[in-house]
Design a protein around this ligand. Structure first.
Ligand code: PLP
Length: 435
């Protein structure tokens, strides 16, 4: 670490909250990026297997997005939603059409937290209830309302809550009570659990919110069809389904454009939230809902920066690029290959318990070698070892024992192969260190 980065770290600690964690014993200062690579202040290059935090969805410094942002910045940066701007209306039209939600309306925010907060405001107002169902091990944001529906305790810093939340089984399977069941039996057990939950409520639950693939929770996907089965139960009581697509949207999961489409039998969700990747790094989020739900608020509820032309221009350019270049298809093909490679590597390593994922959303669950005990220590060691080799990966899961791989969706086969080799090396070193 250079003297400069060291003092930057000290300055960070002196002025920013203690609960803001940084990766690595010697935190990394990033200065620029291009394609799937980023550079640190010392000029070292890294293959970025975490894409920011799934924010750089397409590529770092993608010329199409940079150009659109530059041109918009030269015209007008911000107008507020009190006035019209062409990119805002255009992006809303595009997202409404893509969402699959009939008679859809789009409300723009600046983050995923705010998008989920808006969805909760809409669902609870529409249903006149503050009872919400969420999934165990979920993550939905850091505001007062969204920590109240976050089932992953290491990401939910307060139990004081403005909402009454009940947590349902189904989001994470591998260590839960139904882990050994086959798919149909697993779905039936989770549905029974949901029905049981509903029996315990005084009626009038507003909504169920779920990530189609849990992100912070360690990239865990339920079997296809689970949320369709849930939907049947929810629909009986008019309970709304909010699909949190902050990590899963825009083709990242490979097989589908939205995560909810793996559960499509019962149709689209009532509300869909998005953020992260759509701005390719710009602060852009939002919620989509049928008009009758979106229009249920009576008081003004604007977002000063939501819908800002500069983020809208970035979103439009990014969306055009990912559709024109079929990045969903690339996520499916290259993600499939990467999972295969990683499974081959893991076969010889007992520090790896499971490799799972959809498209370019791949989780590697680590354990203390020779045991079934989750090992956050192993994850920390792999992160450091991968960094030394020029590879950045993320971590998550309960307790932080899962490596998270989510590169920009333009990842090439050669980069996937190179990243898999670097990661294999880092895993082998970690296995030796822990043996
Ligand atoms: N929902 C999900 C599924 C997320 O993964 C996140 C962030 O990681 C959020 C919501 C919150 O988004 P943001 O950090 O943009 O507020």
């Amino acid at each position: 670490m250079t003297h400069d980065t060291g003092s930057l770290h000290a300055r960070h600690r002196a002025v920013m909250p203690s609960w803001l964690s940084l990766y690595y014993a010697q935190p990394l200062e990033l200065t620029h990026g291009e394609g799937r690579h980023v550079w640190d202040a010392e000029g070292n290059r890294y293959l970025d297997f975490f894409g920011g935090i799934l924010t750089t969805m397409t590529a770092h410094a993608l010329p199409e997005v940079t150009k659109a942002v530059g041109e918009q910045a030269g015209r007008i940066l911000h107008t507020s939603t009190l006035y019209l701007s062409r990119p805002m209306v255009e992006l809303a039209e595009r997202i409404a059409a893509l969402s699959g939600i009939p008679d859809a309306r789009v409300f723009f925010t600046t983050s995923g937290t705010e998008a989920n907060d808006a969805a909760l405001l809409l669902a609870t107002t529409h249903r006149r209830s503050n009872q919400v169902l969420a999934m165990r091990n979920s993550y939905h944001g850091r505001s007062f309302s969204t920590v109240a529906i976050t089932g992953n305790q290491s990401w939910s810093p307060t139990s004081l809550s403005p909402l009454q939340t009940l947590y349902v089984h189904g989001g994470v399977r591998s260590r839960g009570p139904y882990a050994d069941l086959g798919d149909p039996e697993y779905i039936a057990a989770c549905v029974a659990d949901l029905e049981d939950m509903l029996q315990q409520t005084a009626g009038g639950v507003a909504a169920l919110i779920a990530e189609p693939v849990q992100g912070v929770g360690g990239f865990t996907a339920p079997p296809d069809g689970l949320y369709a089965a849930f939907r049947e139960v929810l629909a009986r009581e008019g309970i709304l389904w909010i699909s949190d697509e902050v990590q899963t949207g825009w083709g990242r999961t490979g097989d589908h454009f939205w995560g909810w489409q793996a559960h499509a039998e019962s149709g689209p969700p009532d509300l869909l939230t998005f953020a992260k990747g759509i701005g390719n790094g710009m602060s852009l989020g939002g919620v989509v809902a049928r008009a009758e739900i979106m229009n249920c608020l009576s008081a003004n509820s604007i977002s000063t920066f939501g819908g800002s032309p500069i983020t809208m221009a970035a979103g439009l350019a990014n969306l055009n690029y990912l559709l024109e270049h079929d990045l969903q298809g690339n996520a499916r093909r290259v993600g499939g290959l990467l999972i295969e490679r990683l499974r081959a590597v893991a076969a010889g390593l007992d520090v790896v318990r499971e490799i799972r994922g959809r498209g370019l959303m791949i989780g590697i669950e680590l354990v203390r070698p020779g045991t079934d005990e989750p090992s956050p220590e192993a994850a920390t060691l792999v992160l450091e070892a991968a960094r030394e080799r020029g590879l950045l990966v993320g971590k998550g899961g309960q307790g932080g024992a899962v490596l998270r791989i989510a590169p920009p969706l333009t990842l090439t086969v050669a980069e996937a192969e190179q990243g898999a080799e670097l990661l294999a090396d880092a895993l082998r070193q970690t296995q030796r260190q822990l043996a």
